[in-house]
Design a protein around this ligand. Structure first.
Ligand code: HEC
Ligand code: HEC
Length: 298
């Protein structure tokens, strides 16, 4: 009996050591990825100051940025859990970033389009893989609006992830949150897409709208990176949307209640995407309906 207990203890200790070693290996691999310095060729876009452009920048920022950076761009906590860490989106009002300095246009373009901070390090969670697709015109309007907002004297605690959080991230638990890793920083810009109620413009809206981050690379169902979120449903005709009309879709995006009466949780940022214009939502609908009806990804 004593022997069995002893061997059991040895095996248990072995298992714990293996888990700790694997965990620390994952931690150091992840920590290294967060410390990579990216060199992104300096580029900028024309930044307008006229009211119409600022207005359209405000619209884009409301739909695409305020869910994380706050309605007044005052900054917000995106995720917090003591064992895993705290992720904060800094105040960006006036173009002032997380270290309290005012970012130049080149630095703003690098942050928004490439997911790289002023220190050359990757910005964690900031969805630049999607924003990469913003045309020069849309990005210029976004920056024009950000600059038009009075800077706020807010310094928030910067993003901190615990070693456990980093190890689990490296193990692939939360999807791709280091967007800079998956962007080709020197590729020629994608072709410009003209606004309109077209499949092409819907494709553009779905790209810049980060729909794939949660609904999966094929939009056939996926998982929000937040571990507390419910599955993100299939958006092709293979899912519920196969039986919806355009009106059903727009109403769901605007009200957060789908045609079966299900209230969507806030993990789906419908309060923000629901502020897209009718034409933008109609284009998204056209694009989603143009996709082959895929079976829901499990
Ligand atoms: C899903 C949440 C999320 C959304 C949506 C988002 N951001 Fe961010 N953003 C972040 C986080 C988190 C950081 C800080 C990352 C870090 O410190 O590693 C950040 C950082 C930034 C920075 C860099 C600030 C600095 O001090 O270097 C800029 C600029 C920025 N975001 C602009 C935008 C703009 C413009 C939009 C909309 C087009 C946007 N963000 C949408 C989460 C988000
Ligand atoms: C941050 C993650 C996230 C992003 C980004 C996101 N969604 Fe969602 N979405 C969800 C989740 C999670 C649900 C399910 C919510 C629930 O049932 O509580 C959902 C539900 C939906 C539904 C309801 C589907 C049904 O069968 O009832 C639609 C429609 C939808 N999303 C469209 C979109 C579109 C279009 C985009 C891009 C513009 C988008 N979503 C971006 C997470 C996301």
């Amino acid at each position: 009996m004593g022997k069995i207990v002893k061997w059991f203890g040895v095996i248990l200790a072995g298992v714990v050591i293996i888990i700790l070693l694997a965990g620390s290996g994952l931690y150091s691999a992840g920590a290294k990825r967060l410390k990579v310095t990216y060199t992104v060729p300096a580029s900028t876009v024309a930044v307008p100051t006229d009211a119409t452009s600022i207005g359209s920048g405000k619209h884009l920022v409301t739909v695409h940025c305020t869910s994380c950076h706050g309605v007044k761009l005052e900054g917000d906590t995106v995720f917090t859990s003591p064992p895993l860490g705290t992720i904060t989106a800094p105040s960006i009002a006036g173009g002032r970033g997380k270290y309290g300095t005012t970012l130049s246009d080149v630095e703003l373009v690098r942050a928004i389009r490439h997911g790289v901070g002023i220190d050359g390090k990757p910005l964690f969670v900031m969805p630049s893989g999607s924003f990469y697709y913003f045309t020069d015109n849309d990005l210029g309007n976004i920056i024009g609006y950000i600059r038009s907002v009075e800077p706020l004297d807010i310094t928030m605690p910067v993003t901190r992830i615990t070693p456990l959080g980093i190890a689990l991230y490296t193990a692939g638990m939360f999807g791709d949150l280091i967007n800079a890793e998956n962007i080709d920083h020197t590729a020629p810009r994608p072709a410009v897409v003209e606004p309109g109620v077209t499949v092409e413009y819907g494709d553009y809206q779905v790209r810049v709208g980060e729909c794939r981050v949660c609904h999966g690379p094929q939009l056939a169902g996926g998982k929000d990176p937040n571990p507390d979120a419910p599955p993100a449903p299939n958006l092709t005709r293979g899912g519920n949307l196969g039986g919806w009309s355009e009106t059903d879709f727009i109403q769901t995006m605007r009200s957060g209640v789908n045609p079966s009466g299900h209230q969507l949780t806030e993990f789906m940022p419908w309060k923000f995407f629901g502020q897209m214009t009718d034409d933008e939502l109609k284009a998204v609908w056209l694009y989603l309906q143009s996709l082959p009806p895929l079976e829901t990804t499990k």
